[in-house]
Design a protein. Structure first.
Lengths: 280, 252
């Protein structure tokens, strides 16, 4: 059973689910299997709720802003350390072979990049607030309307290695996504989305907060548990890297599944698919 | 898709009105409790305001992490500064015996302190980290007198809301709110790692604000003024940093 709040933003616009005193059977919760067109060849499937679509695109904008500005900040000191401290006078764990925007960093390049840290820092933290607040709205609403349980947590049939193997096998055969996948997520999608939502984003927020000297004064464990300030910075860089890898694969899969149809689904909430059998 | 019901229209309208009213009320409360930073306007103002307000609610009294002596960095990194001015070189030639720290503004007794006056106040030490906005850091022992001792000595007035501090070098000034000005770890620093504070680390006098990024710890301090408004200083954004594009509050 899942509870659907009366707030319309949390439900797909169409078709209306019959409400039985605030409680609806799981099968009636999203995703809906009801076809809303009479055309025999094209089925319009309700796909993403307004909440998922709005928070998805806000997150896209905030994440891209964080990525660009984060990269800009790395340029001012493209060296990474482990432990509490590290600077141009100490051995780095590794360095990125790019020129720096500061002449105090030994990079091997004879020139210095323009300094863009001021606005990059302002925008990085503003975008971080947008991301965190959007994530909170999405997370709380998705607990209330059972989006996590119904759409992301793998059902029993997808909790087998076979389900994962089938996804990769289909991918290697360049097979188009099967009919079920245009209505709901496959096993690999569910696991990777859950990883991004419940592991990578919390980690990137934690490691970012640990870089705030004032926050660390109130919550010293935030940085001490990570092994020190420079470890936190290095981990922040790597977790961001994992998020970028997710982004690249995510976009590649969308291109594979049909870029414009998936794009339209994430914008309008509805997915048009060739119907295999006529459904009513 | 577009069968907007009356109920939906009414609830959406009410939600929008409540949202606007809530924002207006929140901004009035924030202003009254000093949670709006001086650079809280413009494109990045909302983010800056959220950061500063959250930090002030969370970290008004918390102490920066202190480290064991064994963690003092063998290789502290001194960020290079512009070549010293003639005024600095003259004072340096005299062994800084004529160095004066003028404290004025919203204080009962404006006073000029020599370095030995400052050393006569209770001197403390702390082993804290210098954190540069670029990403690097080091740990050192800092020896000096907490700024609060100086502010008490001159009788800072209760209406003062900010402390503005100036370097002897031109266009180098910052300010902090009273939470950081009265904080026990905000030091007028004169010594480092058991010796005098070297010139390249800000000697003879540096204001260390260990809960904020390194650029708030201005070197070569000669003037401190207490004020209830930052509007009259520079472009009114609080310090030289926002004028150069960097955030005023650097506790991040």
């Amino acid at each position: 059973m899942c509870w659907v709040p009366r707030f319309s933003l949390l439900r797909p616009g169409k078709p209306r689910t019959p409400k039985i005193s605030g409680l609806v059977a799981p099968a009636l919760c999203y995703p809906h299997r009801v076809s809303t067109t009479s055309s025999p060849s094209i089925a319009i499937t309700p796909r993403h709720t307004a909440l998922v679509r709005v928070t998805h695109w806000i997150t896209v904008i905030a994440f891209l802003a964080l990525l660009v500005t984060g990269g800009e900040l790395v340029i001012s000191h493209p060296r990474f350390y482990w432990g509490e401290t590290g600077n141009s006078g100490t051995m780095p764990l590794f360095k990125i072979p790019i020129p720096s925007s500061r002449d105090t960093v030994p990079t091997g390049y004879s020139y210095v990049m323009p300094d863009q840290n001021g606005w990059s820092r302002y925008l990085h933290f503003e975008a971080a607030w947008v991301l965190v607040l959007t994530g909170l709205v999405y997370g709380i609403a998705s607990l209330l309307n059972a989006h996590f349980r119904n759409d992301l947590f793998p059902p029993p049939a997808q909790r087998r290695w076979r389900a994962f193997r089938d996804v990769f096998a289909n991918l290697l055969r360049s097979a188009p996504p099967d009919e079920a996948e245009s209505r709901s997520y496959n096993a690999v999608q569910r696991v990777s989305y859950l990883l991004v939502i419940f592991v990578l984003f919390p980690l990137v927020i934690w490691t970012g907060l640990a870089l705030s000297p004032a926050f660390d004064s109130a919550v010293p464990a935030a940085v001490n548990l990570l092994g020190g300030r420079q470890s936190a910075r290095t981990l922040h860089f790597f977790v961001s890297g994992f998020l970028v890898i997710f982004l690249v694969v995510h976009v590649a899969m969308i291109v594979h599944a049909g870029f414009w149809s998936r794009m339209r689904a994430m914008i309008t909430g509805r997915l048009a698919t060739p119907s295999i059998s006529e459904r009513t | 898709m577009s069968n907007i019901s009356r109920r939906r229209l009414i609830t959406t309208g009410l939600a929008a009105v409540a949202g606007v009213a809530g924002l207006a009320a929140a901004s009035r409360i924030a202003r009254r409790h000093g949670l709006i930073p001086p650079d809280g306007g413009g494109l990045y103002g909302p983010g800056e305001t959220l950061t500063y307000a959250a930090q002030r609610l969370l970290t008004r009294h918390s102490l920066a992490r202190e480290f064991p002596r064994a963690m003092i960095s063998k290789a502290p990194f001194a960020n290079p500064t512009a070549p010293p001015s003639d005024a600095f070189k003259r004072l340096q030639a005299g062994g800084f015996s004529n160095w004066r720290l003028t404290v004025d503004g919203m204080v009962a007794h404006p006073t000029a302190f020599s370095l030995s006056d400052l050393k006569a106040l209770p001197v403390h030490n702390q082993i804290t980290e210098v954190v540069c906005e670029e990403g690097w850091s080091y740990v050192a022992e800092w020896i000096g007198t907490p700024l609060v001792n100086v502010l008490n000595a001159v009788g800072v007035l209760p209406q003062a809301r900010y402390v503005v501090y100036f370097s002897i070098e031109p266009d180098w000034w910052e300010s902090v709110d009273m939470a950081d000005a009265l904080h026990p770890q905000t030091f007028l620093t004169m010594g480092m790692n058991d010796g005098d504070l070297p010139v390249k680390f800000g000697g003879p006098l540096r204001l260390r604000v260990p809960r904020q990024l390194g650029y708030k710890s201005v070197k070569y301090i000669t003037h401190i003024t207490a004020t209830d408004s930052l509007k009259r200083f520079g472009k009114g954004l609080g310090s030289a940093s926002p004028e150069g594009g960097y955030a005023w509050y650097a506790g991040i």
